[in-house]
Design a protein around this ligand. Structure first.
Ligand code: AMP
Length: 126
């Protein structure tokens, strides 16, 4: 796979314990913590502990255990936030930016979970 993982990126440093973070959930394969510049009242980042650059890298190269764990953690966070539409919650948005057009800043795969206010339309008009 043509991905060159930069192990000095800020999330790799968080995973090594070199930089503090506000952890909301941790499992063997996954870490979730609060975004340092929240764009909504609830803004949580979910990251795999493995060295994956972006969504397609993780989706194609990770083990089934890593994939399942990541998805379950993201769902458990929605449940803990009380935002699940199926449970009467107000809803939320997940976003994963990748590469140049996706305007990805940190080259370690992460899923944004945003909630706590109406989030507007998905994309602004270009
Ligand atoms: P992206 O553009 O999808 O790569 O977004 C990267 C996100 O990481 C941004 O929302 C930043 O606010 C967030 N971020 C950067 N550094 C930290 C940090 N040390 N702790 C928590 N979130 C961070």
């Amino acid at each position: 796979m043509a991905y060159d993982y930069d192990d000095q990126n800020i999330f790799a440093r968080i995973l090594r314990g070199e930089i503090p973070n506000s952890t909301v959930m941790e499992t063997d394969h996954t870490l979730a913590f609060r975004d340092i510049q929240p764009q909504a009242p609830e803004h949580i980042l979910v990251i795999p502990k493995g060295p994956y650059v972006c969504h397609d890298h993780f989706a194609l190269a990770a083990s089934e255990a890593e994939l399942v764990d990541f998805m379950r953690v993201s769902g458990r966070i929605c449940a803990e936030l009380g935002v699940q539409p199926g449970e009467g919650g107000a809803g939320y948005r997940t976003i994963s930016n990748a590469g140049g057009h996706g305007v990805q800043e940190v080259p370690h795969y992460h899923l944004h979970i945003l909630a706590g206010r109406p989030l507007g339309r998905m994309l602004e008009q270009a």
